[in-house]
Design a protein around this ligand. Structure first.
Ligand SMILES: [Zn+2]
Length: 95
C-alpha cells in the first residue's frame, strides 16, 4: 500500500500518511504543528516497500551477505541473482 509523505511549509517536517485503499482520500496536514499547508513529497523507498510486498521478502539482508558496494562486479552478480529469483522482472532493464 502506498505511503504518501507531505512536507510542512511551516515547520518543514515530514508527515506520512498510509493509504489502505488506492481510492481513499487523504486530507494531508502537518502532524507536527497541525498546519495544512503541506506539499507532497515522493519517497521511492516507501513506494517500493509498500507496493511490492513480494519483493520485500526477497530483499532479506542475508541475500546481500556477499555484496561489496564498492565492487561493480559484486553488485551486478547480486542484482542478477535477485533478478533470477524474481523471474527476470528486475534483472531485465537494469543494464
Ligand atoms: Zn508543521
Amino acid at each position: 500500500m502506498p505511503i504518501y509523505e507531505y512536507q510542512c511549509s511551516a515547520c518543514k517536517k515530514i508527515s506520512s500518511f498510509l493509504l489502505l485503499r488506492v481510492t481513499e482520500e487523504v486530507e494531508p496536514y502537518c502532524k507536527h504543528c497541525g498546519d495544512r499547508r503541506v506539499t507532497r513529497v515522493l519517497s521511492a523507498v516507501h513506494v517500493l516497500r509498500g507496493e511490492e510486498k513480494r519483493i520485500e521478502g526477497l530483499l532479506d539482508p542475508s541475500r546481500f551477505s556477499g555484496l561489496d558496494e564498492n565492487d561493480p562486479a559484486s553488485i551486478e552478480k547480486t542484482v542478477k541473482r535477485l533478478g533470477r529469483d524474481l523471474g527476470g522482472e528486475i534483472g531485465e532493464g537494469w543494464g
